[in-house]
Design a protein around this ligand. Structure first.
Ligand code: ZN
Ligand code: ZN
Length: 246
């Protein structure tokens, strides 16, 4: 039993670490060195982009150069935010050589815009929107974004917006999980368990995994010492192994 548990608890990948290409403190070379010292199998080098970001081709070449120096599988990713409910994302045109788009809920996509947590709380207080409206908007936007993404996607720290607007992450319904999972499976999207934001909640991860969605593990590190450190995500992984046997 102990052996099974320690095996189940081992996370040998980190699919989302930031670098000096955006707001991380370490270079991609330093991030890779840490991943190697930890014996990770896969590493996601991911930085924030906007529509006017111009460094993506250089970033792709830098990651390619690193691939020649390591046995770790490197995933080259860009992280963007959803801009509305219809799948618009804040992405530059040229994504040549990028492996995955990380779709993030930094704001709440709602109708034709995205709202800051403060704006959402103001709407809730005025009773203009209800909790089910908000969760439904996030689900619709996430599905539309996966379908419109120019590259295979990763749902980054999905649901991290919910606690920021005082919504219990368990407010996601079974039928919403059905639709999210269906879109993720059809589009080859991965869902990450994000240590930094402790999102999605364990119940959502389990619900998506049971519906066949590939689950990956991310620290979302912005500093090298956080790479591969999973105190919370490990409990989610053990829970997954117990419930799904994987
Ligand atoms: Zn993020
Ligand atoms: Zn991030």
């Amino acid at each position: 039993m102990t052996i099974t548990h320690s095996h189940a608890a081992r996370i040998d990948e980190d699919l989302h670490v930031h670098s000096t290409w955006s707001d991380g403190r370490a270079t991609i070379e330093e991030n890779l060195a840490i991943a190697e010292s930890l014996g990770l199998r896969r590493l996601g080098l991911v930085d924030h982009v906007r529509h006017d970001t111009t460094w993506v081709p250089k970033f792709v070449r830098a990651v390619d150069a690193l691939r020649k120096t390591t046995d770790i599988e490197l995933i080259c990713g860009v992280e963007t935010r959803m801009l509305d409910e219809y799948g618009a994302m804040d992405l530059p045109q040229d994504l040549g050589g990028v492996d995955r788009v990380y779709i993030a809920d930094h704001r709440l996509p709602f109708a034709d815009k995205c709202l800051t947590p403060k704006e959402v709380r103001a709407l809730s207080r005025s009773n203009a929107v209800t909790t089910p409206d908000i969760v439904a908007a996030l689900v619709r936007a996430s599905i539309a974004s996966m379908r419109r993404s120019p590259l295979p996607a990763v749902l980054a720290h999905w649901g991290s917006i919910l606690p920021k607007i005082d919504i219990d992450p368990h407010s996601v319904t079974e039928s919403q999980l059905d639709r999210l999972a269906e879109a993720a499976v059809e589009t080859g999207t991965w869902v990450e368990v994000d240590e930094r934001w402790q999102a999605p909640c364990s119940a959502t991860v389990l619900g998506l995994a049971k519906r066949g969605v590939p689950i990956v593990f991310s620290s979302d590190a912005h500093r090298a010492p956080s790479i591969g450190q999973f105190p919370w995500a490990t409990t989610v992984k053990v829970n997954l192994a117990l419930q799904c046997g994987s």
